[in-house]
Design a binder for this molecule. Sequence first.
Ligand code: PLP
Length: 408
Amino acid sequence: KFIFKNVAKLPSDALFAIKGRLAVDPRTNKVDLGIGAYRDNTGKPWILPSVRKAEQIVQADPNYNHEYLNISGLESLRKNAARIIFGDSFDIANRVVNIQSLSGTGALHVGATLMESLKLNERDVYFSDPTWGNHLQIFAKCGFNSIKSYPYWDAASKKLNLDGFLNTIKEATSGSVFVLHPCAHNPTGLDPTEEQWKVILESIKEKQHVVLFDSAYQGFATGSLAKDAYSIRLAITDILKDVPVMVCQSFAKNVGMYGERVGCFHVVLPESGYNAEEGSAIQSQLEAITRSELSTPPAYGAKIVSAILSSDELYKAWSDDMVTMSSRIYEMRHKLVAKLTELKTPGNWDHITSQVGMFSYTGLSKEQVARMEKEHAVYLASSGRASIAGLNDGNVEHVGYAIDEVVR
Ligand code: PLP
């Protein structure tokens, strides 16, 4: 008997479908503003110079091999990953329990699975409206049946809907789970200011909600790891220092090793009020999740990232690489808006330059996005989200003309 007879055919992932259509489009002026992956000024994937150097160093080591890592991953990666996100002065030894994960997606999955095994999935979980689509699928798979959203993007003003956000925090059942984007919000490119973060985290504290930060773009918003970790550090050292905070960390974007799947999942323990045994119990849960799903995490990318984080010279080179990426994106935002200004394109486009990170929520409608693709070979998500990293000196004018045409 064919046991797969009535298997439902699911729709393909929208972003990867864009990639598929683009690949077969014969037009030579096609532009990919879909998936959030950095491209250089010629539109090519960029292997960071710091990564190239680290690869040479790692492979030249006489002890280099392809053995399994431990279940919890490469120790030096876990330690240094915590250091860059929580800061040099943070008490990592006593306050962080972590595990290497399959990039940011895997970290989210570990976090959601941990909550599932602790029955925290019976609580409401809140995501920003809009958010990265995969968030919802990952949490649904882990038995979160009450997936809700907090207002974030105000379409009329193209600004943060802070009042709506705070109101939802206030109205939510105490102890709900809030998933927060610490920087370079996907898809809007709109981050709260430092002052707004204070108010948001204070309200979360008041209602004793549980926080999970999903950090996929540290270094991409401002080029500075410290600045981009502001909200996380404010939470763990100050506003939420008395409660556990979960943090998912991806190295896909900031190291440019998208396909190598390097990441970590961290539980930051409270400053006091728990004992070492409780910390090691959480560690054992993380290891049990990983053992059943990956057995052991992938080694290659972890070794490269660890080499970068453990060497002053490579770390400095990597910091420069992040500035290179974030500055080029910044420049492209300005060039695009300059073109729209020159064309006297109807509407206000200032949000493109005030947004940060890889993405811009352009405000283009679904119909306008469809026309961008059909008439101009410019591909972006139907939500109007454009990956600014796909712009370069060779295509930014074309994209400007395309936007101008579709909005008129
Ligand atoms: N979280 C957000 C908000 C993202 O945008 C992404 C990637 O697009 C991820 C997590 C996970 O990325 P990865 O699994 O490639 O590290």
